[in-house]
Design a protein around this ligand. Structure first.
Ligand code: NAP
Length: 266
């Protein structure tokens, strides 16, 4: 009886800790109007943070920000002047930043031999250059001891058909994260990469294929995952919030696969 009372107390204090673990912290999430960014913004907000989300579409940013009860700023990560303006707005409204989630990204399928310059530039500009300069531009307003999480992909390690340039953009990002982890350790800033496998978000619809073909692509992805399901955005949010929290204070320069076992399946 007494034991179960203690258990309830323990459970309640754990729940209280989880509700408050980002209390008073400022968290910036690029690409927070959809999918993984949206779910992560929700999680940070529920755990006490003040959250700023971004995206290119003013309408989508506004709608998501009002649903989440957070602030939204329109900024294209591929445009360095828009990143400057984002940093200025965040600093003006909140001062310094505790957590930066570098999440914005696009997904394009193209076979080797038919890679277009436009898609190459878009993938590299958003997924690599955009992610790098989001980090670079925010560094002056990050607190010493801040956490940065870069959303990469297990594609950084695979030779999956049609993903040559997408994979290259994420592999390049992971490489930047490793060097940044060493250099930023002087300020006790931790930076880690999260590598999801296929996760159920609107990114698949954005490929622009007919609905049945999109469903086939998702089914094929699912068939390659030992756990037999796609990831959910909330699965990724759990890992991102953990890496941002003080529970991960000895973790930097790491890469965390979250893929239902897909990468190690031979
Ligand atoms: N879903 C998966 O299977 C999967 C797997 C591995 C890795 N990832 C990575 O996870 C991240 C999030 O993707 P998601 O699956 O959540 O896709 P999503 O639902 O399409 O969300 C992508 C987000 O990025 C934003 N975005 C795209 N280009 C941008 C730009 N130039 N500037 C600012 N924001 C931009 C989008 O907003 P706007 O359209 O308004 O700009 C949107 O908010 C991406 O980096 C993706 O590569 C996804």
């Amino acid at each position: 009886m007494e034991q179960s009372f203690q258990f309830v107390l323990l459970e309640q204090s754990f729940q209280y800790y989880m509700m408050k673990r980002f209390q008073g912290q400022t968290v910036v999430i690029t690409g927070g109007n959809s999918g993984i960014g949206f779910a992560t913004a929700k999680a940070f907000k529920e755990q006490g943070a003040q959250v700023i989300i971004t995206g290119r579409s003013a309408e989508k940013v506004e709608e998501a920000a009002s649903k989440l009860g957070v602030n939204g700023v329109v900024a294209d990560v591929a445009d360095l002047s828009q990143l400057d303006s984002l940093v200025e707005q965040v600093q003006g409204a909140y001062g310094q930043v505790d957590v930066l989630f570098v999440n914005a990204g696009i997904f394009v399928l193209e076979p080797v031999g038919a890679i277009s310059e436009q898609n190459f530039d878009d993938l590299m500009d958003i997924n690599f250059k955009g992610a790098v300069f989001t980090t670079e531009k925010f560094l002056p307003v990050l607190k010493d001891g801040a956490a940065i999480i870069a959303l990469s992909s297990i594609a950084a390690y695979t030779g999956s058909p049609n993903l040559a340039i997408y994979s290259a953009s994420k592999a390049a990002l992971n490489s930047y994260v490793r060097t940044a982890a060493i250099e930023l350790s002087k300020r006790n800033i931790r930076i880690n990469a999260v590598n999801p496998g296929p996760t159920s978000t609107p990114i698949f619809q954005k490929l622009g294929f007919p609905e049945e073909q999109t469903a086939l692509i998702k089914d094929h992805a699912k068939s390659q995952i030992p756990l037999g399901k796609l990831g959910e955005p909330t699965d990724i949010a759990e890992l991102v919030t953990f890496l941002a929290s003080s529970s991960a204070s000895f973790i930097t320069g790491g890469e965390f696969n979250i893929d239902g076992g897909m990468l190690i399946k031979t």
